[in-house]
Design a protein around this ligand. Sequence first.
Ligand SMILES: [Zn+2]
Length: 113
Amino acid sequence: MKTQDYMNHPSEDSLISCALLERDEEISEHLFQCESCSEFVEDIRTICSDISSIEDEDIPLSLQKKIYHITKKRAKHYRFLNFIQTWYRNPVVIGMIAVFAVLFSFFFYIFFL
Ligand SMILES: [Zn+2]
C-alpha cells in the first residue's frame, strides 16, 4: 500500500477549481505528492480543453465516457479511503473484534489449558 492512501485528499470541488484556476498553493503541493489527485486534475484539464475545442458541436460520446470513467474511478478511490479512515470508529467492526477476541480466548482456554 502506498503512503498516499493515508493522506487527506482535498475535496473534489477544490481539486476541480484548482484544475481550472491553478491558484491554490496548498492543493498544488498536495498534487505534487499525490498521484491519484494529480491524475484527477489532469483529467479535468483534458476534459476542459476537449470541451473548448468542441465549440458549437455536441459533446461526443468519447468525452461522456471519459467523464463517466473519472467519476467512477474517483468514487472507488473515496470509498476505500473512507473505509480506511473510519473503520475503527464503526461500532459494528469494534463489536465483531470484541466477539472474536472473547471466542478466541474461550477456545484457547478449552483446548490448550
Ligand atoms: Zn490526493
